[in-house]
Design a protein around this ligand. Structure first.
Ligand code: AMP
Length: 183
């Protein structure tokens, strides 16, 4: 099965993606984690991505699409959960083409909703522990703006199939809400 999990930065999509990956035996593809590892390895992709990530901007669509085309082709026969991709409408259109060329499709699109002030507070708390270069207050606010402008339109793009889940509450409560909708 192929899952796609979306939500603003700080909504807990990474945490929920990990739980779902374990439960349904899925490969967890977090584009943020993949890009951070490319940066650590000083690969070509990492070198291209770093300045965008540090500033809280999105890495260009063509970089993401070619990176994800490779990963999805390698994993064509596996269950997958996509976390952090697509993040723009052109990425979603590109993803749809990749899946058609692989004769595959997305089975579930999940969106975790959390109110904006709660998100900023959560991210400031996470920043105290994460050591991530993009977890400073200014960059956190910038990432919320980028989300609203470029990623939120995906809710409309996937409107015919999207599963909306309230992300307020404990991790277990949110997982329970997701599971109720998909099994
Ligand atoms: P995340 O760990 O999902 O919060 O992602 C961290 C950063 O990686 C984002 O702020 C972007 O700079 C970059 N990134 C991750 N996924 C994407 C994507 N699908 N498109 C563009 N940039 C991305």
């Amino acid at each position: 099965m192929k899952f796609l999990i979306m939500g603003p930065p700080g909504a807990g999509k990474g945490t929920q993606a990990k739980i779902l990956a374990e439960k349904f035996n899925l490969e967890h593809l977090s584009t943020g984690d993949i890009l951070r590892s490319e940066i650590n390895n000083k690969s070509d992709v990492g070198l291209k991505a770093q300045k965008f990530m540090d500033a809280g901007n999105l890495v260009p669509d063509d970089v993401l699409l070619s990176m994800m085309k490779n990963k999805l082709t390698q994993l064509r026969n596996s269950g997958i959960i996509l976390d952090g991709f697509p993040r723009t409408v052109p990425q979603a259109e590109g993803l749809s083409k990749i899946f058609s060329s692989l004769e595959s499709k997305i089975d579930y699109v999940i969106n975790i909703e959390v109110e904006e002030n709660a998100l900023i507070n959560r991210l400031i708390e996470r920043a105290k522990k994460s050591g991530r270069a993009d977890d400073t207050k200014d960059v956190i606010i910038k990432r919320q703006h980028v989300y609203k402008e470029l990623t939120e339109p995906l809710i409309e793009y996937y409107s015919s199939e999207i599963i909306q889940v309230d992300g307020d509450g404990t991790i277990e409560e949110v997982t329970h809400r997701i599971l109720k909708r998909i099994i």
